[in-house]
Design a protein around this ligand. Structure first.
Ligand SMILES: Nc1ncnc2c1ncn2[C@@H]1O[C@H](COP(=O)(O)OP(=O)(O)OP(=O)(O)O)[C@@H](O)[C@H]1O
Length: 312
């Protein structure tokens, strides 16, 4: 087994570490899918009570694999996971962990939110079920649609049924894959509020995502997976400032520019690339078209990867 190399890329420690209870902790997790190379090569990750953590990484970095290892859907080749201070077992996961793949759990479309919750609550042996269901529906602002079949509800609303289920079973750890994907502004705000409230109640949330605005507003910190390890960790703002401080733009100009990198010339129009902050250097030249380059999040993930490769 390969020993973990320490990558000096940590931007900041969790504000919750030391003052808050560790709810789920992965230690030195290794996972391979032979014959391919190892996907995870010694991942450490602890989620503390009260925090929302973003799990980031380029496609194929191993985010889903890590979530599966945390929940026992997959077993690690080496390493361990503890849940509420004990070795994770099936019963502990069933009681304390809620998982929402592709933003929502498996729900019955022809049943209403209330019926779905009563069904699952019954399976989980929740006591005083009717009152519990009414309470959690109110908690995620679903009372109005509690008796409308899911079939007629938006994706955002269905995802909040998933959150209501996490509340109902008294889960301490919520793992979500892309909870904000495809949501409109109101649903995004409701989702954000619900996740923050869930964490503030002394629980922990781990989520994946690609939308910078959502991640920045909801995550207390993010961890970046690269090369099978946690290559960077900290607040998204701190990581962006460190790894991707500049937003680059491409502009088409009516005239030869004196600044930026000239990429193309066509019929008297010039395409140049330069940092957004240096747009002023183009002077009085008229801008025909302007395009923001690779989103900063993608730039951040690539740069973390480059730095990790250099120090490895
Ligand atoms: N059951 C499996 N069998 C073989 N290979 C697998 C299996 N599950 C995942 N992989 C491989 O492991 C790597 C990591 O996959 P994983 O889905 O964990 O990445 P990810 O970070 O979640 O990616 P994405 O952002 O695309 O969802 C990929 O190369 C994937 O093809």
């Amino acid at each position: 087994m390969e020993r973990r190399k320490s990558l000096p890329l940590q931007a900041s420690e969790s504000a919750f570490k030391g003052i808050s209870e560790p709810l789920i902790a992965a230690s030195e997790l290794h996972k391979s899918f032979p014959p391919r190379k190892a996907v995870l090569k010694g991942v450490d990750l602890t989620l503390y009570a009260g925090e929302v953590v973003g799990l980031l990484g380029l496609n194929g970095a191993g985010k889903t694999t890590l979530i599966k290892l945390l929940t026992g859907l997959l077993e690690p080749d080496a390493g361990s996971v503890t849940l509420l201070g004990r070795a994770r077992d099936r019963q502990g996961v069933r009681r304390h962990v809620a998982l929402m793949k592709e933003g929502q759990p498996t729900l019955f479309e022809f049943m209403t939110p209330r019926q779905n919750l009563r069904y699952y609550g019954g399976l989980l042996g929740v006591r005083d079920l009717a009152a519990g269901v009414a309470r959690v529906l109110a908690e995620v602002e679903l009372t109005e649609v509690a008796d409308t079949p899911l079939l007629y509800l938006s994706n955002g609303t269905k995802r909040r049924v998933g959150l209501a289920l996490a509340y109902l079973k008294g889960a301490r750890v919520l793992l979500l894959d892309e909870p904000s994907a495809g949501l409109d502004i109101r649903s995004t705000a409701l989702m954000k509020g619900a996740l923050k409230a869930f964490a503030a109640a002394g629980n922990a949330v781990l989520l994946t995502g690609h939308e910078m605005g959502f991640l920045e507003s909801v995550c207390d910190r993010v961890v970046v997976l690269h090369g099978g390890r946690v290559a960077a960790e900290g607040t998204l703002r701190a990581l962006l400032q460190r790894f991707a401080p500049e937003q680059w733009v491409e502009v088409w100009l009516e005239g030869r520019p004196g600044a930026g990198e000239l990429l193309e010339e066509q019929g008297g129009l010039f395409r140049v690339r330069l940092p957004l902050a240096e747009l002023g250097a183009l002077g009085a030249l008229r801008v025909r078209q302007l395009r923001l380059e690779t989103p900063a999040l993608e730039a951040l993930l690539r740069e973390v990867g480059d730095v990790a490769r250099r120090v490895a």
